[in-house]
Design a protein around this ligand. Structure first.
Ligand SMILES: Cc1cc2nc3c(=O)[nH]c(=O)nc-3n(C[C@H](O)[C@H](O)[C@H](O)COP(=O)(O)OP(=O)(O)OC[C@H]3O[C@@H](n4cnc5c(N)ncnc54)[C@H](O)[C@@H]3O)c2cc1C
Length: 495
């Protein structure tokens, strides 16, 4: 029989150590709060430790994500573990990162900031008294334990603290509750870079469908392709179709989607997919894993047989966790909306920014739905849980609509939210106040001091980059694909 474990008391508790959780914890600790970070995996990073990072800039190629996320990138670059910022007309910018080096750095930076870390620790319940969230209950190898905190930040990506604490949340599209399709990403090694680039230059293969309708932009991208170590793919549909017709591929994805990484023979594949997943239902998640694992060998063979440069490729790594693009979104004092992003709204209580397009991987049907956005701000109210005291959120479970979260969900923007939430929590604790009552000007002043961008120093569009890289129009025609008109074949893919 195990003896009862002592309760833990901390000032700021961060639940979940993905992109948002790590930066929340570091920012809270750097601002003087006794901070505890709990995570059920055996590493820090969550999904950010499986993918390149997209969206540090806006469509005018101005850097909207600075502060702590930029510090992290700079450190990784110094470790020779990340590429430069690569500008891109659809994704604004990307940085290709060595996943394992990021895990190493994340733990090091958190410890240096004074964050206490508990790994393989699963938050299983929320401690709530009346309208105050007081912390969480966790389960780990030593048993069950209660953790009390002045501020709890939900960075689980699933809104677990909210769901167990009776805090309002929403999930998926308003009409039917369906969330974006999830993907289990994997990495290929052994790609022949030159052959692969040559295929991307073959117009008939159309490696980048977004760009194809704009000949000038296409020409610029082609010119840069030889120089680029890192570039995005969303096309080669003819090859996918050929494999499907030959009976070699049965995956609900009609394009080659992924990123050519800074390691010259590596390609990150983002093509596995299931439709109709409920990320909060264990049966649905388990079924998704078994379907996705079954798709990976098919996709590796597809690259070997159909994709130029893939002849000798091999499976290098499967991400250690399912990539869930969307789950519970916690309702906060403000709900960020699609229009706020498209209009590039500057809120008075802005604490973070974003500039990545709205990128919805269709919950049904295939391919994606996309809307370009202007550089927008995120108000602190979207980081404060509605109707309770003592609770914030950052990352995927931000208070945002299904459409808005399809932009705010990318790694750099999650990190910026985390820096804002952690800073707010740290300052509030120091002042003995509720986060909601913190003077916004003081929080913004501190964020400025930390080098974060909150919409004040962007300046003019980066004309030089616009000239060199090119720019997509703000409004593009609707993307091709099946929208929700699910084909017979796709129906079979829906869980
Ligand atoms: C397939 C896919 C491809 C993507 N591609 C890109 C890309 O190329 N570039 C990009 O920038 N963004 C990309 N994104 C988006 C981005 O990766 C994620 O939205 C972002 O990393 C989410 O960060 P987060 O911190 O909110 O959540 P997560 O990374 O999900 O972190 C949540 C953490 O909380 C932990 N946790 C959850 N519940 C509990 C609990 N109850 N107790 C304890 N711990 C818990 C989890 O283990 C995890 O570590 C992609 C997303 C997906 C799914």
């Amino acid at each position: 029989m195990t003896s009862k474990l002592k309760d833990i008391h901390t000032e700021v508790l961060v639940v979940g150590a993905g992109a948002a959780g790590i930066t929340s914890a570091i920012a809270a600790a750097r601002n003087g709060a006794k901070t505890l970070l709990i995570e059920y995996n055996g590493f820090l990073g969550g999904i950010s430790a499986t993918l390149p990072w997209l969206g540090f800039h806006d469509r005018d190629y101005r850097q909207v994500i600075k502060g702590l996320p930029h510090e992290i990138v700079t450190k990784l670059q110094r470790m020779n573990a990340a590429s430069d910022y690569v500008l891109d007309p659809k994704c604004s910018s990307l940085v290709s990162v060595d996943n394992h080096s990021w895990k190493v750095l994340a733990i090091q930076m958190a410890e240096e900031a004074g964050v206490e870390i508990m790994l393989h620790t699963h938050m299983v319940d929320t401690l709530r008294t009346n309208d105050r969230i007081e912390g969480v209950e966790v389960e780990h190898k030593s048993g069950r334990q209660k953790i009390y905190a002045k501020v709890t930040i939900d960075c689980t990506g699933d809104g677990d603290v909210a769901a167990r604490g009776g805090v309002e949340w929403e999930k998926g599209r308003t009409a039917d509750g369906l969330v974006q399709a999830p993907t289990l990403v994997f990495r290929l090694g052994g790609m022949d870079r030159d052959k692969f680039v040559a295929a991307c230059k073959d117009k008939s293969l159309n490696y980048r469908e977004w760009i194809a309708p704009y000949p000038e932009l296409w020409a610029k991208l082609q010119k840069n392709l030889d120089k680029l170590d890192v570039f995005v793919l969303g096309g080669l549909a003819v090859l996918v179709e050929k494999a499907r017709m030959a009976g070699d591929l049965d995956v609900p994805q009609t394009r080659v989607v992924g990123v050519k990484l800074h390691r010259s023979d590596q390609f990150q594949v983002v093509m596995t997919r299931v439709l109709g997943l409920d990320p909060t239902d264990v049966k649905s998640v388990s079924m998704a894993y078994s379907r996705l694992y079954a798709q990976i060998p098919q996709l590796v063979r597809f690259f070997q047989k159909y994709v130029p440069g893939g002849e000798n490729c091999y499976l290098l790594e499967i991400a250690p966790m399912l990539g869930i693009r969307e789950s519970r979104r916690i309702m906060g004092d403000y709900l960020l909306k699609k229009e706020d992003l498209i209009e590039g709204r500057v809120f008075e209580d802005a604490v973070a920014m974003g500039g990545y397009h709205i990128d919805i991987h269709r919950p049904k049907g295939s391919w994606v739905e996309s809307h370009n956005v202007k550089a927008y701000t995120i108000p602190v109210r979207s980081l404060i849980a509605k109707g309770v005291e003592g609770m914030m959120m950052a990352g995927k479970c931000l208070s945002a609509t299904h459409e808005a979260v399809a932009s705010t969900r990318v790694i750099p923007i999650c990190m910026a939210q985390g820096e804002a939430a952690g800073t707010a929590a740290g300052l509030a604790v120091k002042k003995g106040m509720e986060v909601r009552d913190m003077p916004v000007a003081e929080l913004q002043q501190q964020l400025r001091k930390q080098g974060a961008e909150i919409g004040e120093t962007l300046g003019e569009p980066n004309w030089k980059a616009i000239e060199e890289v090119g720019q997509l129009p703000m409004t593009e025609p609707p993307t091709a694909g099946d929208e929700d008109a699910v084909t017979k074949q796709e129906k079979a893919w829906i869980q």
